[in-house]
Design a protein around this ligand. Structure first.
Ligand code: GTP
Ligand code: MG
Length: 231
């Protein structure tokens, strides 16, 4: 079996790397502006990333429904196409703005700035950004969030943190979702947790089911604690 080491080609591709850094620094500048605005509005902001279908929208819907009366939440959601997710989230009674990115496989700080301008940030405690379903592209784009939340579901396999290290290494929080079907799909929970801890020892891990509500109360308490600390 041959494993090619593409890192050895890095020197030859130096010109490409320099251009990419230029693009990212513009994003970093805008992300800094977003972060300053969100801080001035006393918001707790999170950027939720995962592969398609891990349950990000279901998790946000349940969170906003359950914390109603405790916290006021608003959402910006990115998908390549359709406003299905914003419509689902809006049913929870919280404001939701859909961004459709076309061919772009991630959100960037400019898209988030434009979308959040349509929200009344003074009326919110919590701003949730649901990124485009992808475990690669969003990792290099700071959106100005306080917390990067990486979701993994029990149907995806225990080795995803090892295969997508860049995304997991940048996580502040890891959500292991679809615990209600963990047994049926035969996930090895210990291996999944050990892979998560290996890649991202700093992250706080919540094992939940967005469908049944299992484990969600600990997540809500964490949000409240972080919001209180930020304020
Ligand atoms: N059994 C089970 N199913 C879930 C859970 N969370 C989400 N699902 C299901 O998983 C599917 C995908 O959920 P979504 O919330 O649309 O996932 P997503 O990550 O937002 O998907 P994209 O936005 O397309 O990336 C849906 O059929 C959900 O009902 C869970 O905790 N348990
Ligand atoms: Mg979604």
């Amino acid at each position: 079996m041959e494993i090619r080491d593409h890192a050895k080609r890095a020197e030859a591709e130096q010109r490409t790397i320099v251009i990419n850094q230029g693009v990212l620094s513009k994003n970093d500048l805008l992300a800094r502006e977003n972060r300053a605005l969100f801080k001035s509005k006393r918001l707790l902001t999170m950027n939720i990333v995962s592969s398609p279908g891990s349950g990000k929208t279901a998790f946000i819907e349940r969170t906003l429904t359950d914390i109603k009366g405790r916290l006021r939440g608003g959402v910006v959601v990115g998908d390549l196409a359709t406003d299905n997710d914003a419509k689902r989230i809006a049913r929870s009674g919280s404001p939701a703005i859909q961004i459709t990115t076309g061919d772009t496989c991630h959100l960037d700080a400019e898209m988030v700035a434009e979308a959040t301008a349509k929200l009344d940030l003074n009326a919110l405690d919590l701003l949730i950004i649901e990124n485009v379903g992808n475990l690669v592209c969003p990792s290099g784009y700071d959106l100005g969030e306080d917390l990067r939340v990486v979701m993994l579901s029990t149907t995806e396999g225990e080795d995803k943190p090892l295969k997508y290290p860049t995304m997991f290494k940048t996580a502040d929080v890891v959500i292991l979702n679809k615990m209600d079907i963990a047994e049926v799909v035969g996930v090895d929970r210990e291996t999944a947790l050990s892979n998560i801890h290996r890649l991202t020892p700093q992250a706080i891990v919540f094992e939940v089911s967005a469908r049944t509500g299992l484990g969600m109360e600990a997540w809500y308490q964490f949000i409240e604690q972080r919001l209180a600390a930020a304020r």
